[in-house]
Design a protein around this ligand. Structure first.
Ligand code: AKG
Ligand code: FE2
Length: 322
């Protein structure tokens, strides 16, 4: 095993690199900027949560049908009317931005410890061949409350802890409702995904900060990956795009829908649904002029729990896929 090193914060590199960025960030196989510029937008799946979560009616059935289509075709959608005000979502982005704007020494009080996931940092360097992501981040376990490691929770800005606590409580409620709605959209018993998942819902918040990059044509904010979780709720930057999803071997841009939460299926839910719901591969491209922030909250089951396909979704036509 090579030694695991923490690389220098990307924000610091961006400030001092004079247009020449370290080799480790360059994707040698390349992805020409022309390809990025010509990427089209993904289909517009905006789903009204107030309908999806309401008792059965023609409108709610229509919305559930849209939920099923978006999750089986793309694995993701934009949720509106989720019960959080625009003001509140702005505050979440704002405390994230204010944290990354602090002096390095202040942020480093929360640096990720060795053998820990939580904390401030960026890609752990495990191999010389590794291509690094152009992004700094702050990872925090937010749920269950008794697993929070408060030593990594910023004390500045002052509102940070309270806002993230409140956001977690709201997302915890959305978790149950959405798991039920997904089951209902597949004509299954409301509680079947929740039962397979188990009562313990671990939630991890990741504040992603992407500084401007002088050579965006050969550097990625996040490499292509799928989220190994149940599902992810992403609060995107309000003004700067960057997220792309892969479908049928083609990349598509995720638009900014004001005050929506972008939700994507993770590998666990793809497995539980026997492949009906897709865990999409996605990546983040960056920008030469503008910084970008996003806040991803990942939910997953007890790490010791083995989850499998729901029995109702394994049929003669659709044998067990995992
Ligand atoms: O910043 C984004 O838009 C997405 C980040 C992401 O994919 C992740 O944190 O897993
Ligand atoms: Fe992701």
């Amino acid at each position: 095993m090579e030694e695991v090193l923490q690389s220098k914060p990307v924000q610091e590199i961006a400030l001092s690199c004079n247009g020449e960025i370290p080799e480790q960030f360059i994707h040698k196989d390349g992805f020409p900027q022309s390809k990025v510029d010509s990427v089209s937008y993904m289909d517009d799946f905006v789903i009204d949560f107030s309908l999806v979560f309401s008792p059965s009616s023609p409108e709610s059935d229509h919305e559930l049908g849209k939920l099923r289509s978006s999750l089986s075709q793309w694995g993701c959608f934009q949720a509106v009317n989720h019960g959080m005000t625009n003001d509140f979502l702005d505050k979440i982005r704002e405390v994230g931005k204010q944290f990354f704007a602090l002096p390095l020494e202040e942020k480093q009080k929360y640096s990720r410890g060795i053998d820990d996931w939580d904390g401030y940092g960026n890609d752990a360097v495990v191999s010389k061949q590794q291509t690094l992501d152009w992004m700094d981040r702050l990872y925090l376990t937010v749920n269950p409350e008794n697993q929070r490691k408060l030593k990594y929770w910023p004390e500045k800005p002052v509102a940070f802890r309270e806002i993230i606590h409140e956001y977690t409580l709201k997302l915890r409620v959305i978790f149950d409702l959405l798991m039920k709605a997904m089951a209902r959209s597949l004509n299954l018993d409301d509680n079947c995904f929740l039962k397979e998942h188990g009562d313990m819902v671990t939630m991890f918040a990741r504040f992603n900060f992407y500084p401007p990059c002088p050579t965006p044509e050969s550097v990625l904010g996040v490499k292509p990956h799928a989220d190994g979780v149940t599902f992810t709720v992403l609060l995107q930057d309000k003004e700067v795009e960057g997220l792309q999803v892969l479908k049928d071997d083609q990349w598509f841009k995720v638009p900014i829908v004001p005050d929506a939460l972008f939700i994507n299926v993770g590998d666990m839910l793809e497995i539980m649904s026997n492949g009906i719901l897709k865990s999409p591969v996605h990546r983040v491209v960056i920008n030469s002029e503008r910084e970008r922030i996003s806040v991803a909250v990942f939910s997953f089951s007890d790490p010791d729990r083995v989850v499998g396909q729901l029995a109702g979704l394994v049929t003669d036509d659709r044998p067990q896929m995992y």
